[in-house]
Ligand binder design. Sequence first.
Ligand SMILES: C[S@@+](CC[C@H](N)C(=O)[O-])C[C@H]1O[C@@H](n2cnc3c(N)ncnc32)[C@H](O)[C@@H]1O
Length: 435
Amino acid sequence: MQYPRRLAAEALIRIERGGYSNLVLAGLLRDSGLSPRDRAFCSRLVYGVLERRRLLDARLSPFLKKPVDKLDAQVRAALRLGLYQQLYMDGVPNAAAVNESVKLVRALGKSSAAGLVNAVLRRAAGPWQPVFHSEAERLGVTCSVSDEIAALFMDAFGPQAGPLLEACFEPPALTVRVNALRTDPAALAARLKEEGVQAEPAWVPGSLQLYGAGEIAALPAFQQGLFHVQGLASQLAAAALDARPGQRVLDLCAAPGGKSATIAQAMQNTGQLFCCDAAASRLPLIEKLLARLGVTNAQVLRSDAAQPVPELQSMDRVLCDVPCSGLGVLAKKPDIRYKDLSDLPRLIETQRAILACGAEALRPGGRLVYSTCTVNPAENQAVVRGFLAHRRDYKLLPPPFALPEGALDDDGMITFLPGTARMDGFFVACLERLW
Ligand SMILES: C[S@@+](CC[C@H](N)C(=O)[O-])C[C@H]1O[C@@H](n2cnc3c(N)ncnc32)[C@H](O)[C@@H]1O
């Protein structure tokens, strides 16, 4: 089992140097020749260490002469991987975790650190009695997020902050949106079975949950555009728009195109769907996805949604799926755990501006959905309430779908907290323009 560990260390080192975790890992695994079991082991190690990094470092630090950040990257990776196996992988005996880490650091060309790795790991997994200076620090270390994120959860959710941050260690269910332009859930489930993947209807209509899927993009059903991978919360946000055949629909922040694709299917490939994004480099992602799924009613445009767009007016539907802090998707994107939030006020300004411009583009009687993948009330309820305070021509609609247990309903604004029905944390508000 040395090779998957070595690959995991290599991935961690490249990610530290600025690589995106999903791309780095996918690239290394693709060329590895590893069995599916070893790939799964390697992925678990990489994502596990990224997720628990702060806690792992806090437990390693007392046994090191210098901060973890100042160690050689190879030594740091071997220590974090070793301690992660000791603490979180029941299938790996403690002694094996230590011995394999010693071998690993040698294989990584740092034989001189073998004694250190051995000595530190023999002690770091023992009893731990940390001293914290604040509740935010305690939650931050034990749940492996920054103090700032811990404090934000404490402000927003009080005593629920801890359990919610714990829930962010549980990955959401792997779900796909069945491409209604080409197939239906029963036919797709049968097809996936033929391709070796178990698929069952998830509770959101038109979706399937997959089990034991390996590399999804390699499946013929994927390549033939029979589905796209999409979380249930995102599918619900797209469904909340209630887009109909023949309508004019504007998706203001569309890349990489997941919700646009689901909306195009609801429109039965008729009418006009405008898929905009400010990031030119992300537009090809939308084009590629829509082409694979056979969407023909969409135009992909570069456009800054925070500025009025006079050409895109009188829409029947507008989706503002705005850029956000991403605090609902910590379980999928571990990098967000340590994200600097100093930019938040500027981000909230952008969210407000996008909602205001989206509202201008909607016709009276039309529907607008404002959504985020964060659970931060300042980016969610506060933005919508601030908007409604000076737009008397808009009103909130009741939730357009049955809410799963645990979802919050705030005058019709819906928050899925992390862990609700195995979904991402997400926010959806549905608004109607009255005149
Ligand atoms: C949450 S993502 C959208 C996800 C997309 N709706 C989907 O379902 O695949 C937010 C997007 O907003 C884009 N964005 C950020 N600022 C923007 C702006 N001022 N105008 C338009 N798009 C913007 C980002 O490039 C990013 O692609």
